[in-house]
Design a protein around this ligand. Structure first.
Ligand code: DAH
Length: 326
């Protein structure tokens, strides 16, 4: 009986001194486990006089229950303490200002390109792509601009090594498409182009163009005028004033430029014309059977007109304070 009491006392003390659940569990095993101190006492049972056994057994069991209780008490004390410390460490200051998510927007040039694409895709045009590093053949030769042709002067070219160059317009995509596909063709080719001309508010060595090409049987200048006028009315306004001005491009005949009247001034927005028979023959399309029209439009200019921006360079400086306004 003395044994029992001293074990219980010792255990009590130890339990109350535990500071974490692991050591508490350790004590549970030490006193109450299969080989624990109290369990061991029961093994003495057989050495006792049979008359003393029931009482002794009872005392050991009581002692076990007491210890179990005190372990449980200590356990809830430790758990509560753990919870409190967690709560105090993880407090949330709901008065702090939020971090916020800033919402992005499409680049103004991208917005314009998307609008142009949406108009022409409704008319059955599909988007075509070509390399920005081009060769002389696709950028000039096949477009009826032979070496030494004065028209090359209009497009001051960045030449690279091996006869390569940075494309000066999106027109070479016309050639690439016609080399790969048979008429009827309706394609739209937006992309970057490069010219080493002067840099000023309306010129940049890199700018954006979109090329259009339609080739089919019985296509004439009325189709060109109809579609381009419809585009301009879609893009600017139904009542906008439009004029076609005769012009020259080696790859079209006849050629024209299209101007729109904006704030009392005529603004040139694109070049166009009927695809020159030489161009069709260069890509093995029968120019007796097929005709077509093409146009090339700088859509940075469209963006300037749409958003009232007078300096083209702002679009390419990646200043979010500027770009975020559109
Ligand atoms: N490629 C011409 C330029 O960059 C624009 C152009 C004019 C494209 C007439 C055409 C066209 O397809 O028919 O100046």
């Amino acid at each position: 009986v003395n044994d029992i009491n001293s074990i219980v006392q010792e255990a009590h003390q130890a339990i109350q001194q535990t500071e974490d659940l692991a050591s508490l569990d350790h004590l549970r095993v030490k006193y109450l486990g299969k080989k624990g101190a109290l369990t061991n006492l029961l093994k003495n049972l057989s050495t006792l006089d049979p008359s003393e056994r029931p009482q002794y057994g009872q005392q050991v069991n009581q002692a076990k229950q007491q210890l179990q209780q005190s372990i449980q008490q200590q356990q809830s004390i430790l758990e509560e303490a753990h919870l409190q410390s967690q709560l105090s460490q993880e407090t949330l200051d709901v008065t702090l200002p939020g971090r916020g998510q800033s919402l992005g927007n499409l680049h103004p040039i991208t917005q314009i390109r998307t609008q142009v694409e949406s108009f022409f895709s409704q008319l059955g045009f599909s988007i075509a792509d070509g390399p920005e590093v081009e060769d002389d053949y696709h950028n000039f030769e096949a477009l009826n601009i032979p070496a030494n042709h004065p028209a090359r002067d209009m497009q001051d070219t960045f030449y690279l090594e091996n006869g390569l160059l940075l494309r000066t317009h999106t027109s070479p995509v016309q050639i690439r498409v016609m080399q790969q596909q048979e008429p009827p063709l309706r394609i739209l080719a937006p992309g970057r182009v490069y010219r080493c001309d002067d840099i000023d508010p309306t010129h940049s060595p890199m700018f954006n163009q979109v090329e259009g090409l339609l080739v089919d049987e019985d296509i004439n200048f009325a189709h060109l005028k109809g579609i381009l006028e419809a585009f301009v009315r879609f893009f600017f306004a139904e009542e906008i004033q439009v004029r076609f001005r005769p012009s020259f491009f080696p790859f079209t005949e006849p050629s024209a430029e299209l101007d729109v009247l904006i704030n009392g001034r005529w603004m040139e927005i694109l070049g166009c014309g009927m695809v020159h028979p030489n161009v069709l023959e260069n890509v093995n399309i029968d120019s007796e059977k097929y005709t077509g029209f093409a146009f090339g439009m700088g859509f940075d200019r469209l963006a300037m007109a749409r958003f009232g921006i007078d300096d083209l360079r702002l679009f390419f400086e990646s200043d979010l304070r500027f770009l975020g306004q559109f």
